[in-house]
Design a protein around this ligand. Structure first.
Ligand SMILES: Cc1cc2nc3c(=O)[nH]c(=O)nc-3n(C[C@H](O)[C@H](O)[C@H](O)COP(=O)(O)O)c2cc1C
Length: 151
């Protein structure tokens, strides 16, 4: 089994819809076990037991949400050296941009030494069916590669 952890924050539900689609895509993969956690509830133990990670956030003030930053703040030292090259992907919901949040997460991920394995999904404005399809694909690719051990 490959354990896929999806950590997200959402204030008005958009990123949550994306997170649920990522989870749906990952659950399509035989051998994947999916853990969908709000960032405020996700723990270091959740991270350490994961084989693959999806991080989802709204863009707030040109950055990731405070709750997602808090997840990184809480888990960085206790997971140091234990999550090297963990496959990860990013999904972002923004009003009209998303690049600030993306840059900030990529930069933090360098500190953990996570390995990005698929292009980020960035929604600008309304969460459309096309965006949700991309999120399902994102979850499927992350989980599929983890199950196959190709990352
Ligand atoms: C406090 C706050 C700050 C925001 N800052 C940005 C921003 O810097 N760039 C942007 O594109 N959208 C920004 N937005 C819009 C949100 O990213 C957008 O509404 C998103 O869909 C919210 O996701 P959620 O429904 O998962 O909370 C901001 C929204 C809030 C509430």
């Amino acid at each position: 089994m490959a354990k896929i952890l999806i950590v997200y924050h959402s204030q008005s539900g958009n990123t949550q819809n994306m997170a649920e689609a990522v989870a749906e895509g990952a659950r399509q993969i035989d051998g994947a076990e999916v853990f969908l956690k709000r960032a405020g509830e996700a723990t270091t133990e959740d991270l350490l037991q994961a084989d693959g990670l999806a991080i989802g956030t709204p863009e707030n003030f040109g950055y990731m949400s405070g709750m997602v930053k808090d997840f990184f703040d809480r888990t960085f030292y206790p997971s140091q050296g234990k999550v090297l090259r963990m496959p990860y992907v990013i999904f972002i919901c923004a009003g009209n941009d998303g690049t600030g949040a993306l840059r900030a997460i990529e930069r933090i991920a360098l500190g953990y030494k996570f390995k990005m394995v698929y292009n980020p999904v960035i929604c600008k404005g309304k969460v459309t069916g096309e965006i949700l399809d991309k999120c399902r694909e994102l979850g499927g690719v992350l989980a599929g590669g983890c199950v196959e051990g190709i990352y």
